[in-house]
Design a protein around this ligand. Structure first.
Ligand code: ZN
Length: 448
């Protein structure tokens, strides 16, 4: 049986309200949460639903008036068989990437990041190719930083990857010949916009090196967007399978599925596999005292506007009907109320460990600190301790874009805030999420 909870109606329904609150507490108590997401979590970011978007198709249609490609055809591997459909695909992707580039992560993306910061996220798996998890600070499986090269073969470093991009990443390109994997540079995007494929720089340099020693030149591959099409295998499929198996063996204690209609075969399998092991983590006898004490363990939560099919009975425990952003907001609000100690986090920004964040923080908060430093001209700022004090509401308003380094978020909050006047003391930053607690310099320190 799937329990359905209507988010909008829960205000007037005490039973639903209590159940939702107990689920929020379960999230707060869980230790190894697997999150699975789809397009629904990026809707509020202004990313068009590209599989059915009229706007993008209209643009593509202008450039290719005779096109009949639509919907699934535009994402089917067979499109590469025909040069015209290949061109249309490239143009479409360039348009899509441009609208993704200006988008910011949603509250749901930040919520997943929060789970990770609070050491509760076992792993996030997404069908989305927009890379907004990375913008929210979760390291994705397509990033170069998480691949180690063993015998020339890229391999994902399990611990570093926080978000598995099941369908690839629109911000990267791949060579069709040598499989070189590169960021999608502006020049490539320009060519894609005109329906053209850029030459692979790695193939080109190998070929040129041969020419230089009078050997026969090699074939040069072209670059394509590194997203996974229908009927196409993921180039990192083996690694992803291994990570998935590893995560199953870690015995996750909660599964949260958000913003997906669960239609894609591979994703259905993944959800079922995780649901099974999550359910197995619940105490076997639900009436025992031990089970009563651990009743937060082993829940499978599905947050989506539309209900799951009846074939999900026994797999999904709760369907939370509504926007994922609204639920994420509610969970975090409940969590802060129920377990305030979880939110008293201290972070140290160290110049050595995180130079850029430190510098940016110094620039913003510096306006206030400069007052203190001007009284001590011989001192140089070395280390700042900042304390998170915010409530979600304040935090979300100023949290439009969130680069991955710790502290940077706080800087962004402060930098954007009209409530942060030029001459404010550093402690004013507390209004916007973070409070500067102390500034340290060799032999001296100040507390705020
Ligand atoms: Zn190549």
């Amino acid at each position: 049986m799937i329990t359905t909870l209507d988010l909008a109606a829960s205000l007037s329904d005490p039973v639903a309200r209590r159940t939702l609150a107990s689920l929020s507490l379960s999230v707060a108590k869980s230790k190894r949460i697997v999150v699975v997401t789809g397009a629904g979590i990026s809707c509020s970011c202004g990313i068009p639903d590209f599989r059915s978007s009229d706007g993008l198709y209209a643009l593509v249609k202008k450039q290719y008036p005779d096109t009949i490609l639509k919907g699934r055809d535009l994402f089917d591997a067979s499109l590469f068989r025909d040069p015209t459909s290949t061109s249309i695909f490239y143009t479409f992707i360039s348009q899509l990437k441009q609208s993704i580039d200006v988008a910011s992560p949603s509250r749901t993306h930040h919520f997943i990041r929060t789970l990770d910061e609070k050491k509760k996220l076992l792993r996030s798996y997404t069908q989305n190719i927009d890379g907004l998890e990375e913008k929210a600070g979760l390291i994705g499986s397509s990033g170069q930083g998480v691949k180690s090269n063993e015998k020339g073969k890229a391999k994902l470093r399990v611990k570093d990857v926080r978000n598995i991009q099941l369908h690839g990443d629109i911000h990267r390109v791949r060579c069709t010949l040598c499989s070189a994997d590169l960021p999608c540079a502006e020049e490539y995007l320009q060519l894609f916009a005109d329906g053209l494929a850029p030459d692979c720089p790695e193939c080109t340099s190998r070929s040129e090196a041969r020419l230089a020693r009078s050997a026969r030149p090699l074939r040069i591959g072209t670059l394509r967007p590194a997203i996974v099409l229908y009927d196409e295998a993921h180039p990192l499929g083996d690694d992803i399978g291994a990570i998935q198996a590893f995560d199953v063996s870690r015995k996750p204690d909660m599964l949260i599925i958000m913003g997906t209609s669960l239609k894609v075969h591979g994703l259905r399998r993944l959800v079922k596999e995780f649901a099974k092991v999550v359910h197995a983590s619940a105490p076997p006898d639900p009436m025992s005292t031990k089970a009563q004490a651990k009743n937060w363990v082993g829940k499978v939560i599905f947050v989506n506007k539309t209900p799951p099919g009846s074939d999900w009975n026994g797999i999904i425990d709760y369907h939370i009907e509504g926007e994922t952003d609204v639920w994420a907001y509610k969970v975090e609000e409940d969590w802060r109320k129920m377990r305030p100690s979880d939110w008293e986090v201290q972070q140290t920004l160290d110049e050595k460990d995180d130079g850029s964040a430190f510098k940016a923080m110094k620039d913003v908060v510096g306006k206030g600190i400069r007052k203190y430093l001007s009284l001590h001209p011989s001192l140089r700022l070395k280390r700042m301790l900042i304390v998170e004090t915010c409530r979600w509401q304040t935090y979300s308003v100023w949290n439009g874009e969130c680069p991955p380094s710790p502290g940077y978020r706080a800087i962004h909050c402060a930098a954007q805030s009209p409530l942060f006047p030029d001459e404010a003391a550093p402690v004013d930053v507390a209004l916007h999420g973070w409070r500067l607690q102390s500034v340290e310099e060799a032999g001296s320190s100040w507390d705020f």
